[in-house]
Design a protein around this ligand. Structure first.
Ligand code: 5GP
Length: 174
């Protein structure tokens, strides 16, 4: 079985939208500092590009969660595999995700940072697959809404491959 990748969102469209999200966040947090929580590994490319487009002071930290075991279907249980190094207490936390699918990850993390005493908690996702939502989550900033297909690239993997693609593509299995 071989895998083909069909381009869904080219590099220039991603860059333009990320610049818009950065400008919006900068406007919304004028006079404040934002604490970006990048969810590894998938959101890393997006978080770095987004951080460069934010003009208010930015703190960035990384966290790893898991609800997928190497396949393409969520197990529904969110585990923290690596926690933050910094303390989010009193911070304007913005959770940075690659994609919201079932909603389990962002639902869990939103509550976690409220419980940890963040001053505010918002969420930004590069991609949204609303057709697959299992829990209702309010996402404050969304890059693109996409159809219910498994995507890779720009940080997103299929069995750990394709994260390095500079675009978002759909995996087609022959
Ligand atoms: P949720 O908890 O919302 O179901 O899933 C969020 C996580 O599932 C994402 O951070 C991502 O790691 C993974 N995921 C969901 N859909 C896709 C997809 O189409 N492609 C890839 N590579 N990962 C996905």
């Amino acid at each position: 079985m071989s895998e083909n990748i069909r381009v869904l969102l080219p590099e220039d469209e991603l860059a333009a939208r990320i610049a818009e999200l950065g400008a919006q966040i900068s406007k919304d947090y004028e006079g404040e500092t934002v604490f970006l929580v990048c969810i590894l590994k998938g959101a890393s490319f997006f978080a770095c590009e987004l951080a460069k487009r934010i003009t208010v002071p930015v703190i960035i930290d990384f966290m790893a969660t898991s609800s997928y075991d190497g396949g393409t279907v969520s197990s529904g249980v969110v585990k923290i595999k690596k926690d933050l190094d910094l303390d989010p207490t009193g911070q304007n936390v913005i959770i940075v995700e690659d994609i919201i699918d079932s909603g389990n990850t962002l639902n869990y993390l939103g509550q976690l940072f409220k419980d940890r005493g963040a001053k505010s908690v918002r969420m930004v996702t590069m991609l949204d697959k609303p057709d697959r939502r299992e829990v209702d989550v309010h996402v404050d900033y969304t890059g693109f809404t996409i159809p219910d297909q498994f995507v890779v690239g720009y940080g997103l993997d299929y069995d750990q491959k394709y994260r390095n693609l500079p675009y978002i593509g759909i995996v087609e299995l022959d």
